[in-house]
Write a new protein. Structure first.
Length: 591
C-alpha cells in the first residue's frame, strides 16, 4: 500500500459514524484506526476518496481534522485453540485481558489485545502423514482444548498441495509452524494453529445436507411439540418480560450440541451478568463437566457502542462455523437480533440512506436472511467427508409484542421454527411462555423417522393428539365464556380436563429447578403418552351423559398426573398406565 495514501482526515463525526477524506486506496470493509486514540472502525461506504466508517468504540471527543489510518486488513476473527471458555466483547477482545490491561471495570478506548493467548503452549498430536496430498479443511492434527472438546487443526480453506512436513507430538504456541505445505505453484507455506477469517464471509462447505436429527433441548414444549433440527434455524419472538433470555439461556445450558456460542447482542447488562456468573458454575448434563468447557460467550450489552452489535453477530457465527468445520454440532444463540437491526437502522439514518418500513434500511431483510442462511447441516470441505451442523436460534424483541413489525417479519421468512412467547401466558406464571396455538415447526417431517427409531413409532401420533386436544380446548373455552360450563357435554368436559393436564403437567417447566429444567426425550414421550392414555380410557365413559367430567378428582390416577414429571424410569410410567386401565374398568356402571 502507498504510504502517502494510507492516512485520511476526519471531516465529520456523527455518533458512531465517522466520515473521512483522502482514503483513495481504501477498500470496502477495511479495518481502520480512527483519531489519535486509534479507535477501531470499519469502512462501510466508499465514494472516490471519501469513506464512511462505523466505529466500534465511543467517539465522544473526536473532532474533524484528526487522522484515520488504513490497516490493509478486513474485520476478521482469530481462530485457534483457546476460544472455548473465553468471554469476548463484540469485536473479539477478551474481557479478562482488557480488565487486566486497563486496570478498570470499564473498557478503555483504543485498547488493543490479542483474542487468543499467543504465549500459551498446546500439546499438538499429528494425525496426517507427510508427502500426502492435502486440501483446505483436511485435519493435520489435534489439540485437547478442553476436557470435552478436541480441537482439530485444519488446513486453511484456501490452501492445498503436498504436505512436506508436520511436527511430531509436542507443545507449541498457536503461532509456531506445525506443518509445511508445498502448493501447486511450487511455494512452501508454513501452517500454524492460528487462522484468520473475515467475519462477513461465510466459511466454505461442500454441500448442505437435509437435516434429519432433532436438537434435543430438554424443554418439553420444544422437543415434543415444536422441535428444531440440528442445522436448523429458529426464532423466539416475544415482548418484554415474556422470558426470551431465560429460554435461550436454558437452551444453551442443556441442548445436546457439542459447542455453544452465546451472543448477548444489545441486551441489558444484568441479563448478561447473570449468564456470565451462571455458566461457569453449571454442569453440562451430557458430559458432567463445567458448561464453559464447550462455550464461547460474546458480551455486547446495551450500554456498549451501538455499531459493535453488528460485529458481535458476525463474530459469533464465524466462530460457530469454524467449529462446525471440525465436524461438531454447534448451536448459536443470538439475544437479540432486534438490537442488531436497531444498530443497522441507526447507522443507516446517520448515513442518510433512504429508509424502509419503520425507518429500518431497505436491506434489512437481506441482512437477516444472510445471517440465518449460514445455519445448516453440511458436508465439510476436506477429503474425509465429515459432517457438521450449525443451529441458529435468534431472539426477536418486537416493540409492544407486535409481530407485524419488519424485524419479526424478515425473520419469519427465513426460519422454519417459530416459538411465539406470549405475555398473557407469562403473566399467568406459565413458563416457558410459548403459545402452543401460535407456534409452529416445519421440521416435523425431517425428524419423524428419528422419533420412530429412537423413541417410539407412535411419537408423532401422540404429539398430534395432544396438539388437537389443545386446539379443541381453545374453542371450548370460548363457548364456556358465552354460555357457561353447563352447556358442555361429558366428552367436551373431558377435553378441558385433559388439556389442562397437558398444559400444567407437561408444558409447564421450571427452568430454575435442577430436576425439572431438563427432561430426556424418552421421558417426555412417556409423560405425554400417559396423559393421552388416560384420555383414551375415559373417552368411552364420557359418552354417558349421566357421568360428570367437570371434576375428575375422584379418579385417583388423574390426581397423580402432576407426579409424572418426577418419574425417572419407563417402568414407572407403564405401572401408572396399568393402574389407569384398571381404575377406569372399575368405575360403577351408570344406566
Amino acid at each position: 500500500m502507498n504510504k502517502e495514501n494510507s492516512l485520511g482526515i476526519i471531516t465529520r463525526v456523527s455518533g458512531p459514524l465517522v466520515e473521512a477524506r483522502g482514503l483513495s486506496n481504501a477498500r470496502m470493509y477495511e479495518v481502520v484506526k480512527v483519531s489519535k486514540h486509534k479507535l477501531l472502525g470499519e469502512i462501510i461506504e466508499l465514494n472516490n476518496d471519501k469513506a464512511s466508517i462505523q466505529v466500534y468504540e465511543e467517539t465522544s471527543g473526536i473532532a474533524p481534522g484528526e487522522p484515520v489510518e488504513l490497516t490493509g486488513q478486513t474485520m476478521s476473527v482469530e481462530l485457534a485453540p483457546g476460544l472455548l471458555e473465553s468471554i469476548y466483547d463484540g469485536i473479539q477482545r477478551p474481557l479478562k485481558k482488557i480488565e487486566e490491561i486497563s486496570k478498570s471495570q470499564y473498557i478503555t478506548r483504543g485498547i488493543e489485545t490479542d483474542a487468543i493467548d499467543l504465549e500459551r503452549k498446546w500439546e499438538f498430536k499429528p494425525t496426517s502423514k507427510e508427502q500426502t496430498e492435502v486440501q483446505g479443511g483436511d485435519i493435520l492434527g489435534e489439540v485437547q482444548e478442553t476436557e470435552t472438546i478436541t480441537h482439530r487443526i485444519m488446513v486453511p480453506p484456501n490452501i492445498s498441495g503436498t504436505l512436506i512436513s508436520v511436527k511430531s507430538k509436542g507443545n507449541y504456541t498457536v503461532k509456531e509452524p506445525i506443518a509445511i505445505i508445498k502448493t501447486k505453484d511450487g511455494k512452501e507455506k508454513d501452517i500454524s494453529m492460528l487462522q484468520y477469517w473475515p467475519i462477513r464471509t461465510p466459511r466454505p462447505k461442500k454441500e448442505k445436507i437435509f437435516p434429519t436429527e432433532p436438537l434435543i433441548t430438554g424443554v418439553r414444549i420444544i422437543d415434543s411439540l415444536f422441535p428444531v433440527a440440528k442445522g436448523g434455524a429458529a426464532s423466539i419472538p416475544g415482548p418484554f418480560g415474556s422470558g426470551k433470555s431465560v429460554t435461550q439461556q436454558s437452551l444453551a445450558k442443556y441442548c445436546d450440541a457439542q459447542v455453544i456460542i452465546y451472543i448477548g447482542c444489545g441486551e441489558r447488562g444484568n441479563e448478561m451478568t447473570e449468564a456470565l456468573n451462571e455458566f461457569p458454575e453449571l454442569l453440562d448434563p451430557n458430559t458432567g463437566q463445567s458448561l464453559m468447557k464447550r462455550t464461547v460467550l460474546i458480551a455486547n450489552t446495551s450500554n456498549m457502542p451501538v455499531a459493535a452489535r453488528e460485529a458481535s453477530v458476525y463474530t459469533g457465527i464465524t466462530i460457530a462455523e469454524y467449529y462446525r468445520d471440525m465436524g461438531y454440532s454447534v448451536a448459536l444463540m443470538a439475544d437479540s437480533t432486534s438490537r442488531w437491526a436497531e444498530a443497522m437502522r441507526e447507522m443507516s439514518g446517520r448515513m442518510e440512506e433512504m429508509p424502509g418500513e419503520e425507518g429500518y434500511p431497505a436491506y434489512l431483510a437481506s441482512r437477516v436472511s444472510e445471517f440465518y442462511e449460514r445455519a445448516g447441516k453440511v458436508t465439510c470441505i476436506g477429503t474425509d467427508e465429515r459432517q457438521g451442523a450449525l443451529s441458529v436460534i435468534g431472539a426477536v424483541s418486537p416493540p409492544g409484542g407486535d409481530l407485524s413489525e419488519p424485524v419479526s417479519q424478515a425473520t419469519f421468512r427465513v426460519t422454519k421454527c417459530f416459538w411465539s412467547l406470549d405475555a398473557s401466558i407469562a403473566y399467568r406464571k406459565h413458563f416457558p411462555a410459548i403459545n402452543w396455538l401460535n407456534s409452529y415447526s416445519l421440521y416435523i417431517d425431517n425428524i419423524k423417522d428419528y422419533w420412530a427409531k429412537n423413541v417410539s413409532p407412535d411419537f408423532c401420533q401422540i404429539r398430534s393428539e395432544a396438539m388437537d386436544i389443545l386446539q379443541q380446548e381453545a374453542k371450548l373455552l370460548e363457548i364456556v365464556r358465552l354460555v357457561g360450563m353447563e352447556a358442555l357435554s361429558g366428552y367436551e368436559k373431558l377435553i378441558l380436563e385433559i388439556a389442562r393436564s397437558i398444559r400444567e403437567d407437561f408444558l409447564f417447566q421450571n427452568a430454575f429447578d435442577p430436576d425439572d429444567a431438563y427432561t430426556p426425550l424418552i421421558i417426555q414421550y412417556e409423560i405425554l403418552r400417559s396423559i393421552i392414555h388416560l384420555y383414551h380410557e375415559l373417552k368411552p365413559e364420557s359418552e354417558n351423559r349421566e357421568r360428570d367430567f367437570s371434576d375428575l378428582s375422584g379418579i385417583s390416577s388423574f390426581g397423580k398426573l402432576p407426579e409424572l414429571k418426577n418419574y425417572k424410569e419407563v417402568k414407572e410410567f407403564e405401572d401408572f398406565r396399568n393402574i389407569v386401565t384398571a381404575e377406569v374398568k372399575s368405575l360403577p356402571v351408570i344406566s
